[in-house]
Design a protein around this ligand. Structure first.
Ligand code: GLV
Ligand code: MN
Ligand code: MN
Length: 412
């Protein structure tokens, strides 16, 4: 059958996105489905039900990754895999991760509708805890799948609310038994919203993602001395709150000075005892540093470490830092990225190559098999925010590029 004219059904994708978006609905357009929460379980159950309806064979591995298999004419060949995640940050949107998984299901629906069996098997994956908002590190399911973290270490991971990962997997019914990794795919292609402003500013293109920033996450704990806010002279203070603010200002300055792709964020900060008239005894904060260049990322980490030891000495506080996640920048497979671009052009979409600023499961899968990503525009570049939005025609365009990229890879 000539598949050139085949297109996905927009309504199928839209309905799946709407239905999944209702689970964990925050009432303001957003979603809260933290990894392995009750809402995550509900979302997983919905997606697994859809996989079964579509005739996919469902397997769950011991880190809770879900795989829906569609046989090829040569079932012994390695699968072509797509997918992403359905966990969200607590203030997430409806598209981050969900779009890639559901577009994968829409591709399967399209192939079922016209009765196409690909040569290589196809597999749609849902990876556990991509966001890293509840359990760190992020991309945990795909990291274990690709051999970067042992199952025992993953299982022992503690959530920010104290829960242990393996207990939560068991509780929600997703402690599976499938082998890890289940297969080394022929290729992995992840479709995702850009979550940044580049494509939107250029009027809506398809991005072929050829590399992805390195990520360094640290938890800092600053211990000073609690004291009376009215009576303690400024020169005698060991103020953990002031020091936390100094770190936030420092990392902003660092990123501004370094320029290029360097970004830096203090996204979480808690003071103790957190009272108006008490100098903070302790501050717990996180630092997120990212750069596309490993040497520059190391330089940023080094400069932060120097600043922290100078701060500790100058302010008479103790600073402890702990790594929460550390991933080097990734170059995706140029041949897969070229196929994505060629398919996008053939379908009549403008396209460009680009970098990903966000972390993705594809970053982990690139350790295992030829991998690249397809991006579609995010309106105003807003993400990790209930206002996250992608225009319906861009969602459809990305899914069509996914369909044809998978068809090409699964035929070869
Ligand atoms: C995941 O969304 C990340 O890039 O932090
Ligand atoms: Mn994502
Ligand atoms: Mn995200």
């Amino acid at each position: 059958m000539n598949t050139d004219l085949l297109r996905i059904e927009a309504a199928d994708l839209r309905q799946r996105l709407q239905a999944l978006g209702r689970i964990g609905d925050t009432g303001n357009g957003g979603c809260c489905r933290l990894a392995l929460s009750d809402a995550d379980r509900e979302g997983r159950d919905l997606v697994v039900g859809w996989m079964r309806e579509l005739g996919l064979r469902v397997q769950v591995d011991p880190v809770g990754n879900i795989f829906g298999w569609r046989d090829g004419t040569q079932p012994e060949l390695p699968p072509v895999m797509t997918g992403s995640h359905i966990d969200t940050v607590a203030t997430g949107g409806r598209y981050d991760g969900n779009y890639g998984v559901l577009a994968g299901l829409t591709v399967v629906h399209t192939l079922n509708r016209v009765g196409i069996t690909t040569r290589h098997p196809l597999c749609v994956a849902v990876f556990t805890n991509e966001e890293g908002a509840r359990f760190q590190p992020d991309m945990l399911g795909s990291l274990v799948y690709s051999g970067g973290l042992s199952l025992a270490d993953a299982h022992a991971t503690r959530a920010i609310d104290g829960a242990v990962l393996v207990d939560e997997l068991r509780r929600i019914g997703y402690l599976g038994t499938a082998p890890l990794p289940l297969a080394r795919p022929r290729a992995f292609v992840e479709l995702h919203i850009e979550q940044g402003p580049v494509l939107d500013a250029e009027g809506g293109l398809i991005g072929a993602v050829h590399n992805l920033q390195g990520i360094s996450w640290q938890a800092l704990s600053i211990s000073g001395q609690s004291n009376h806010a009215g009576t303690t002279p400024m020169r005698l203070r060991h103020d953990a709150g002031h020091c936390a603010a100094a770190v936030a200002c420092f990392v902003r300055r660092l990123a501004d000075e370094m320029g290029g792709s360097q970004v830096a964020t203090v996204g979480s900060l808690t003071l103790h005892p957190n009272l108006i008239n008490v100098i903070a005894a302790r501050a717990e904060l996180t630092v997120d540093l990212r750069n596309t260049d490993e040497a520059l990322l190391q330089q940023a980490e080094q400069r932060l470490a120097t600043f922290l030891s100078e701060l500790a000495a100058a302010e008479g506080v103790r600073v402890e830092s702990r790594s929460l996640a550390r991933f080097a920048p990734v170059q995706f497979d140029p041949a897969v990225a070229r196929r994505i671009q060629a398919q996008a052009r053939r379908l009549g979409y403008d396209t460009r190559t680009m970098t990903s600023g966000a972390g993705h499961d594809a970053q982990m899968m690139a350790r295992l098999c030829p991998t690249a990503m397809i991006f579609v525009p995010s309106v105003k570049g807003i993400s990790h925010n209930p206002a996250e939005h992608t225009e319906p025609e861009h969602l459809v365009a990305g899914a069509n590029v996914l369909l044809h990229t998978l068809l090409e890879l699964a035929a070869g």
